[in-house]
Design a protein around this ligand. Structure first.
Ligand code: NAD
Ligand code: ZN
Length: 360
């Protein structure tokens, strides 16, 4: 048995208002006046002067607004890399991603593709990246995915939805400023927050569990319960705690694996474009037989927070559509092995998944 030697984020700042320190944090990393910092910012912040005015643009720095209407694609990474190369005479000093999991993943991928030849799709998989990425900074504006701490960047490519998993993927610097999450719409807050809850459930109930994952997972689970089930927290406390839950949930799966909800949600996403957070919720709502107590708790959280989930999204699908989704889900073997054990193929059959998808 060989144990994973896991790279981590090298530096992290936490605190309300810590975003104001961005300039003093990145300025020492500026290579020269011609090597810009490129800021990739969720276009939801266009016209939001409170946030945008705090971005310290200097010299040749560039701010690029990026749409998150769809989940990140390998082609989108390639287009951004080309735009950056064409716009500047020198390789950038750094990439700074400001947004949710989508923007954080794009920023990690762009920083890798600026120093590695070819296209983003060539690096989907495990440990295919040869050269260190350029300096990259992640600044989450919504909490839950753990993308700020993870060793992967999930991308939809021409053939598959798969991460660029590498030692060069994690951020060199993360700024955790919970104040940046204050305007997240309530539904989205819940969906992305539940991504964290589901990370904990799948890690803590998995056969890959170990003390490393358990300690992080238990803490993140405790935080999720207090945020989504109790009403004695202020909004600020909820923002602070969910940002740390996301971090701990990400650390928990780093050393274990996710499970049934993620495997099936990848199928929905591949066929229907269902986004990660809401897709996980749609699936998890029907997983009583795998995670009975945790699904009951999820339903309670949903009711308490007045969140409706789309129903019948698989109602009009053809047999071919089901096949596509089921094949994507079944291809994620480590997730099933973690969830069900080494003999998972005995119970997780094509028919079994079809009957589950039909409920959604
Ligand atoms: P997201 O980044 O797509 O953002 C969700 C929505 O919230 C968007 O409409 C966005 O504009 C909006 N938003 C974000 N911050 C806001 C703010 N402060 N105020 C108002 N609106 C705001 O969603 P997400 O759930 O954070 O991330 C999902 C993505 O993360 C998926 O692509 C998924 O594959 C990926 N992911 C990656 C990892 C990883 O380890 N790399 C883990 C889990 C998920
Ligand atoms: Zn997830």
């Amino acid at each position: 048995m060989s144990f994973k030697n896991y790279p981590m984020v090298s530096r992290v700042v936490f605190g309300r208002g810590s975003f104001n320190q961005l300039s003093e944090i990145i300025e020492p990393k500026r290579l020269n006046a011609k090597a810009p910092f490129v800021f990739l910012v969720d276009d939801v912040f266009k016209g939001n002067s409170w946030l945008i005015s705090k971005i310290p643009l200097a010299y040749k720095d560039e701010l690029i607004y990026v749409s998150t209407a769809e989940e990140p694609k390998t082609s989108q990474v390639d287009a951004l890399v080309e735009q950056i190369i064409l716009n500047h005479n020198e390789r950038p000093s750094g990439i700074i991603g400001i947004g949710g999991g989508s923007i954080l993943d794009l920023s990690k991928a762009v920083s890798i593709l600026l120093t590695n030849e070819g296209e983003a799709k060539d690096y989907q998989g495990w440990d295919l990246v040869r050269n260190p990425a350029i300096y990259h900074v992640g600044i989450p504006t919504i909490s839950g995915t753990g993308a700020e701490v993870s060793r992967t960047t999930v991308l939809t490519g021409p053939e598959r939805k798969l991460g660029i998993n590498s030692d060069y993927t994690p951020f060199d610097q993360v700024i955790l400023d919970p104040e940046l999450t204050k305007d997240v719409p309530k539904d989205q807050w819940f969906y992305t927050g539940m991504d964290c809850y589901i990370h904990c459930v799948e890690s803590l109930n998995g056969t890959y569990l170990n003390s490393f994952s358990e300690t992080y997972g238990e803490k993140a689970m405790e935080l999720c319960k207090s945020i989504f089930l109790e009403n004695n927290l202020t909004d600020k406390e909820k923002e602070d705690k969910l940002m740390m839950a996301s971090w701990h949930g990400g650390m928990s799966i780093a050393y274990s694996q996710v499970g049934v909800a993620h495997a099936m949600s990848y199928g929905l996403s591949f066929l229907l474009g269902t986004k990660h957070g809401i897709g996980n919720c749609i699936v998890f709502d029907h997983l009583e037989e795998f995670y009975p107590e945790d699904v009951a708790l999820f339903k309670k959280m949903r009711k308490l927070n007045n969140i409706e989930l789309p129903q019948g999204i698989c109602a009009n699908l053809s047999d071919e559509d089901f096949d596509i989704m089921i094949n994507v889900a079944l291809s994620l073997e480590p997730l099933w092995e973690n969830a069900v054990g080494k003999k998972w193929k005995q119970t997780i059959t094509h028919e079994k998944l079809k009957s589950l998808y039909k409920l959604m």
